[in-house]
Design a protein around this ligand. Structure first.
Ligand code: NI
Length: 181
């Protein structure tokens, strides 16, 4: 197991469309997943996607046991999600602050579907399907965007609501800033 280097925005590898995993239960996949957990925890994130460590495969992990950095964040189950699919449930969207381990020190307000159904496979190839909302739905949408080469700043609609975390905290006036995915 190892903490891997997290690619930062500007690295063209973050813009690639990742490939589906075809073979489960390989030592390489298990090692990747262990390293993703270790890297996420070392960096204090709530999720991380394989492309962020330079691996162009459709694998994300999210849901820390607890987040010291975001103790107020609602619980999200610890999940490995491979070859994910997301369908919105309804058209309703919500705006919320996001951060990203690949965009360190910054935050922005991003619109996301409020409710989604997502499906995929865990590390053993077992099918997962869930209907979720709010923070859990936001985390999944953010992580899965990485698999298509999309970073959250590309989805910001009001660039006034994008900036350095150290400055935004002062200006946020009660908005929770809690998402480092
Ligand atoms: Ni991210």
């Amino acid at each position: 197991m190892a903490v891997r280097r997290v690619l930062k925005m500007g690295d063209p590898d973050l813009l690639r469309v990742s490939e589906p995993v075809k073979v489960f239960d390989t030592p390489e996949l298990k090692a990747l997943i262990e390293d993703l957990w270790e890297t996420m925890e070392a960096e204090g994130g709530v999720g991380i996607a394989a492309p962020q460590v330079g691996v162009a495969e459709r694998v994300v992990v999210f849901g820390p046991e607890e987040s010291e950095r975001y103790p107020e964040a609602p619980a999200v189950p610890r999940t490995v999600l491979i070859n994910p699919k997301i369908e919105p449930i309804g058209d309703e969207t919500a705006e919320g602050w996001e951060g990203c381990l690949s965009v360190p020190g910054m935050r922005g307000v991003v619109p996301r579907y409020l409710r989604i159904r997502y499906s995929g496979y865990n590390e053993n190839g077992e099918h997962i399907e869930r209907e979720v909302e709010d923070f859990h739905a936001r985390v999944v949408q953010h992580e899965c965007d990485h698999l298509d080469g999309i970073l959250y700043p590309m989805r910001i609609e009001d660039m006034r609501l994008f900036g350095f975390e150290s400055e935004l905290i002062i200006q946020s006036e009660g908005d929770e800033i809690r998402c480092e995915v």
